[in-house]
Design a protein around this ligand. Sequence first.
Ligand SMILES: O=C(O)CCC(=O)C1=CC=C[C@@H](O)[C@@H]1C(=O)O
Ligand SMILES: [Mg+2]
Length: 368
Amino acid sequence: MRIEKVTLRLMEMEMKAPFTTSFGTFKTREFILVEAVDADGTSGWGETVAFNVPFYSEETVKTNWHMLEDYLIPLILHKEIEHPDEVNEIFAPIRKNNMAKAAIEGAIWDVYAKQNNMSLAEALGGKRESIDVGISIGIQDTVEELVEIVRGFVNEGYKRIKVKIKPDWDVEVMRTLRSEFPDTAIMADANSAYSLNDTALLKQLDEFDLMMIEQPLASDDIIDHAKLQKELSTPICLDESIHSLEDAKKAVELGSTKIINIKIGRVGGLTEAVKIHDYCQENNIPVWCGGMLESGIGRAHNVALTTLPNFTLPGDTASSSRYWEKDLIEPEVVSVDGLIEVPKAKGIGYEVNLETVDQFTVDKKEFN
Ligand SMILES: O=C(O)CCC(=O)C1=CC=C[C@@H](O)[C@@H]1C(=O)O
Ligand SMILES: [Mg+2]
């Protein structure tokens, strides 16, 4: 494989409903589409997942564009690549910037799968033909609104409900949800809103039989999560703290986490995501695939990764229609009764609709 052209497209897509997290509300999703074209004309697609603000991680859309244009594309263009696993090594001199790396590595995985007549799922070694999916709900203005939104998604058959928590929007909210939905799989995502001083408060959540509490403490912490896990019966799941296989090993060895949320962008790409998956499988740590409000292209990568055997918990990869009036891919990602059929077509398995892509493109640059 030799990538002869890379096209970056700065995208802006209006979300069907604002998504509020503990660090802000998103009404429009800005991101970068990466199209990598091989010498034989095969196109592969990836997308950056950083937000336009550095509050989930240190990366932003702007830092992603800079890293892709000035460092990552020059390292990749016209280089002979036998297998996408080599991309990690090619990028080794570049520190961090995982979401920028993952976008172009993902496009190269798509080219590789297409050229080898495989779906991306097959290329990654995944066997599942359908995947269980859950839904993630942002912070709402009132508990009543949250309950009605949850009811809608439970009725649609989503296999797990993820809600945000933060100080003053936690114990009572979860008490209400659990009483309204006694048999539903519910988890809470704190996005680092608490500290060890909140241990007694977080222990109160044990009463609600939650699947997990995601990232309760600082986004770069592993030590304090180990101390907190000893106090809680609810499993801790780490998201922001895990940037690599190395981080996953530290967290598992120290007992900081019982579940890991794998996000392809956060860990620097599919190769590293598979390594984390395999390590967690060997150590009986179940994993699931987190979402980053992706378009269908990023969603397609998540679906393919989730076909690996240790993705035993429902992830965040909901239908395209969860966020988008019109997605960039055909067919769109559709979940029925909380199940997504894994596409058998080559590569990411969905066609990219270039007309729709152009409709949402606000800037574009080609690199030959
Ligand atoms: O993509 C989705 O549907 C879920 C997105 C989601 O829950 C999150 C994305 C980014 C930061 C947080 O708000 C949250 C998370 O931490 O998982
Ligand atoms: Mg999270």
